[in-house]
Design a protein around this ligand. Structure first.
Ligand code: IVH
Length: 674
């Protein structure tokens, strides 16, 4: 065998094994560093030898920024049914009794499992390889989400061990573990993006994203609980799941065989509390008849199997009195209604506040003054108000309505058509919006100014020392020491932080400016494509939308931001204080926006630069390099030995093919012009 091919196979096998150790068994046997090293080696080999690249390679788990083109829908080979469910232990006992009566004279073993609170998935394997992943959809047909599912490290792309059927389906739940969920929501709160109410919504939202790199980043996980096919290794559910575990799937340790109603009840009472310690959200337990023959005998109703039932944990709910509804103003002027409550204990934490989200949700609840409200914390991290106990309402208690004017500055609120949020338009005069932007500016992922937090910003503002972010750079040690609790040392720390921030890169400066809809990723794209604030400020909405991933909403927002004299003044002052308003020269040599909005596929081998170098050249000139040819490809940069399949596809789609000399010439001309 070609030694390269052999090395690729070795690396693939080892990386798959280490992924399994880490993500399924929770027991890594090598360091992250060594893992990355192997992955890089494999990436390099695959790049040099595209003929050996495999769509199921461990290198494919990181996803790509390339937008998927919607999802194909397919019919499930076997419909994905739901389960009958109950909140009562007695009804679970009755279920076991019913199964026994349906199978006279037979022993019935029940398998107890956790009911994972995520989104269900069907995985199809052929010859030990993942060939397709489909969402539940309406139960009859679902969306093909294979590319996203491939990024979930605990799902094997190739199976281990032996004994798997040539072709089978395995179903399970895709979940976003609590930690990943909290991290995601923190980031979203920070970027003033709407939060996910619970890990279930976050998991299903993530699975339907068009950007696999973002899916990979969010950290989904998957537990498998149902094996289907014509040639399963065992005649019972439990042994089949244990076999699946040996092939590399994550099958929960909680899965247990139960032999009596007493054992079933014990299982329930154990997990009723033990589930709170789990790393993922669960909303109940599932009980299934173990024997596949018995399952067949019991059969199905129209909607669900007769051989299984879900026991749902009661959502933890409390009743407490509303003190008042406050309306809070965010950095971008969005007003959020918040129910301030008499403190109440819920799932081990004291709840005093719950978001009412927006006007529509508030109206739906029809809250009156001093109402008794139901607060719930199901799978949710943020408590929510789910209802009102109207029987306890005073007859003359007035209804509470959304405010018409900004609670902070009094300006009349506006609500754009089709948007859920009311907004205070007084962007440059409304204090919480101004201080919110300064807080954002100093944040860790923006200018990262050590020593300044929310409180310091408020104090500086109150003391009249700052009115905007640029004022920060005028502060002296004497100014800072006017703030209560500030001594020489803390003042110096801030001054040093401000000084250090002069080295923060241009892309983070863009992010720090609080341009509505410009988050971290968009800021990076803008920095790369424009290379300087002057170019960015001069661009029209039309030019901006030509940049990859910049849609009309973002473009309009950028244009109107720079149309404001206040913003231009702040930028000029920041420039004067020495902030990075462009990408450095060294980086800028041989760069342009010549390829802005262009998608380029590189194919074959080259003489004048390596493939990696060409990739960088494309990016430095504002273009995007992608792996496969599609209608979106603008041209192909072709070297020697371009694959025949690519050649055929390109000519079919009428995509121009350019050789390296032509390509370099094209950029040269441009760079001379500019
Ligand atoms: S078995 C025919 N087992 O709950 C049996 N489902 O309403 C199919 N779920 O859509 C499902 N954990 O998304 C099964 N251990 C488990 C489960 C589970 C979560 C979800 C699944 C299904 C819904 C049932």
């Amino acid at each position: 065998m070609d030694p390269v091919k052999q090395r690729i196979e070795e690396l693939t096998e080892a990386l798959n094994r280490h992924n399994h150790n880490y993500y399924v068994l929770n027991a890594p046997t090598i360091s992250d560093h060594d893992f990355d090293h192997m992955l890089k080696e494999l990436e390099a080999l695959e790049k040099e030898h595209p003929e050996y690249a495999d769509p199921l390679s461990p290198t494919q788990r990181v996803g790509s920024d390339l937008a998927l083109k919607g999802f194909e829908q397919v019919l499930h080979e076997r419909p994905m049914l739901s389960l009958g469910n109950t909140y009562s232990v007695a009804e679970v006992d009755e279920f076991v009794q019913r199964c026994r009566e349906g199978l006279p004279g037979e022993e019935v073993t029940i398998v107890g499992e956790l009911k994972f609170d995520g989104t269900s998935i069907s995985l199809l394997y052929e010859e030990g390889r993942l060939v397709r992943a489909v969402t539940r959809g309406d139960g009859e047909k679902g969306d093909v989400v294979t590319e996203n599912v491939k990024t979930i490290r605990s799902i094997p792309l190739r199976l281990q061990g032996t004994g798997w059927p040539r072709r089978f389906e395995i179903r399970g739940e895709i979940v976003l573990p609590w930690k990943a969920f909290e991290k995601l929501n923190e980031e979203r709160a920070f970027n003033e993006e709407p939060l996910f109410a619970n890990p279930r919504n976050a998991a299903s939202g993530t699975l339907k994203m068009q950007n696999t790199a973002e899916v990979a980043r969010r950290g989904l996980d998957a537990y498998l609980y149902y094996l289907l096919g014509d040639e399963l290794p065992f005649d019972n559910h439990y042994d089949n799941m244990m076999a699946a575990r040996s092939w590399g799937f994550k099958v929960s340790d909680a899965m247990t065989k139960l032999h009596s109603i007493e054992e079933v009840d014990q299982y329930i009472s154990h997990w009723d509390s033990a589930r709170k310690e789990l790393p993922v959200a669960t909303d109940g337990l599932v009980f299934k008849v173990n024997s596949l023959r018995q399952q067949l005998n019991l059969g199905f109703t129209a909607k669900s199997p007769r051989w299984a039932i879900a026991y749902k944990f009661a959502a933890e709910r409390a009743l407490t009195r509303l003190r008042f509804v406050s309306f809070e103003v965010g950095r971008s002027g969005i007003i959020t209604p918040v129910a301030n409550l008499e403190p109440v204990l819920l799932s081990g934490t004291i709840v005093k506040r719950a978001s009412l989200h927006n006007d529509d949700i508030m109206q739906g609840l029809d809250i009156h003054e001093s109402d008794m409200l139901y607060v719930e914390k199901g799978g949710e991290i943020i408590p929510k108000i789910t209802g009102v106990d109207t029987s306890q309402r005073e007859p003359d208690a007035p209804a509470i309505h959304f405010c018409h004017n900004c609670p902070s500055c009094g300006t009349k609120l506006i609500r754009a058509e089709g948007e859920a949020a009311w907004i205070c338009p007084n962007k440059y005069g409304c204090i919480p919006q101004i201080t919110g932007r300064v807080e954002h500016f100093v944040g860790r992922r923006m200018m990262n100014i050590d020593g300044i937090g929310e409180e310091t910003v408020a104090d500086l503002f109150q003391a009249g020392l700052i009115h905007d972010a640029a004022d920060l750079y005028t502060l002296t040690a004497a100014d800072l020491m006017l703030i209560p609790g500030f001594g020489q040392r803390s003042a110096e720390r801030i001054l040093q932080g401000l000084k250090d921030s002069l080295n923060v890169g241009f892309e983070r400066v863009i992010y720090a400016l609080s341009i509505p809809f410009v988050g971290e990723t968009v800021a990076k794209k803008l920095a790369r494509a424009t290379r300087s604030i002057d170019t960015l400020m001069a661009m029209t909405a039309e030019q901006l939308t030509a940049i990859d991933d910049i849609g009309p909403r973002i473009a309009e927002s950028i244009v109107s931001f720079f149309a404001e004299p206040v913003n231009r003044q702040i930028i000029e002052r920041l420039r004067g204080y020495g902030l990075q308003m462009e990408l450095p020269e060294s980086d800028a040599a041989n760069t342009s926006t010549r390829l802005a909005g262009k998608t380029v596929v590189i194919s074959g081998t080259f003489a004048r630069h390596s493939r990696d170098e060409y990739k960088k050249i494309i990016e430095d000139n504002g273009g995007k390099n992608t792996g496969s040819i599609s209608k979106k490809t603008d041209f192909i940069l072709a070297g020697d030995n371009m694959g025949p399949a690519k050649l055929e596809k390109a000519s079919k789609l009428g995509i121009p093919i350019i050789n390296e000399n032509e390509f370099l010439e094209m950029l040269e001309n441009n760079n001379n012009q500019s």
